[in-house]
Write a protein that binds this ligand. Structure first.
Ligand SMILES: CC(C)(COP(=O)(O)OP(=O)(O)OC[C@H]1O[C@@H](n2cnc3c(N)ncnc32)[C@H](O)[C@@H]1OP(=O)(O)O)[C@@H](O)C(=O)NCCC(=O)NCCS
Length: 198
């Protein structure tokens, strides 16, 4: 995967600046701290219990920059965002990538989620992926809006597929988009306001 461009600086809508770079195993403890600091309502619908050291061990072991590429965003105090691109190397869905994005509360709604998604889409284009999916629990309003703005649309709903951390069943919405269409939406969003990449 082409990681030569990193690290990059990203200026957000409020004028603050963060650095975005590829995550490596050394970032493990800081990433765990980042996820542990997310409020429960943001962690509630993430696929894994990201507060557990066992989760972190598994996550770090999976990093290979071929099938699983994680990016981190950081300010001078630590990690404030995490975004992961998963892509299979074999099988009938080698053209499909999956992304996950999480942003610290203090940095939400400033364009960081969009900027991280932008980076993952650039990597996906580089890899020749044609389609991206993102899995969102039905009542994750911010996440649904964020991905809708990038042109993702709900493609499938898996009823009662998710049990949140309180054991309540929720529907899982698989949202998808063609990589080239996401790219076009991103260029339009960049024109609107947008976090600038420096
Ligand atoms: C989803 C998430 C990554 C968005 O990150 P972000 O940095 O706030 O995203 P952006 O600032 O780029 O916002 C993009 C759009 O999302 C929507 N959005 C963001 N936060 C929102 C909120 N609190 N309420 C409603 N809509 C919201 C808006 O439409 C926004 O565009 P606008 O600011 O131009 O109106 C963030 O909310 C998050 O980390 N949530 C918890 C983890 C999660 O649910 N991840 C998704 C599963 S992969």
């Amino acid at each position: 995967m082409n990681l030569r461009a990193y690290p990059i600086k990203v200026r957000l809508r409020d004028g603050s600046q963060v650095q975005v770079r590829a995550m490596d195993a050394k970032d493990g403890p800081a990433v765990l701290e980042f996820f542990r600091a997310l409020p429960e309502e943001d962690r509630m619908f993430l696929r894994d219990d990201v507060t557990r050291p066992e989760w972190l061990d598994r996550f770090v072991r999976q990093i290979d920059y071929q099938t699983m590429l994680p990016l981190v965003a950081e300010d001078d105090k630590g990690i404030v965002g995490n975004a992961v691109l998963h892509r299979p190397l074999y099988g009938w869905s080698v053209h499909v990538g999956e992304m996950r994005v999480a942003v610290a509360r203090a940095y939400q709604h400033k364009g960081l989620g969009t900027a991280l998604a932008h980076e993952l889409v650039k990597l996906a284009l580089d890899l020749g992926l044609e389609k991206m999916i993102v899995s969102v629990v039905d009542n994750q309003i911010a996440a649904k809006r964020a991905f809708q703005k990038l042109g993702f649309h709900p493609e499938a709903v898996l009823k009662g597929h998710v049990k949140d951390i309180h054991g309540i069943k929720r529907d899982l919405v698989i949202m998808s988009n063609d990589v080239s269409h996401i790219w076009e939406s991103m260029i339009a969003l960049m024109r609107d306001y947008s976090p600038s990449l420096e």
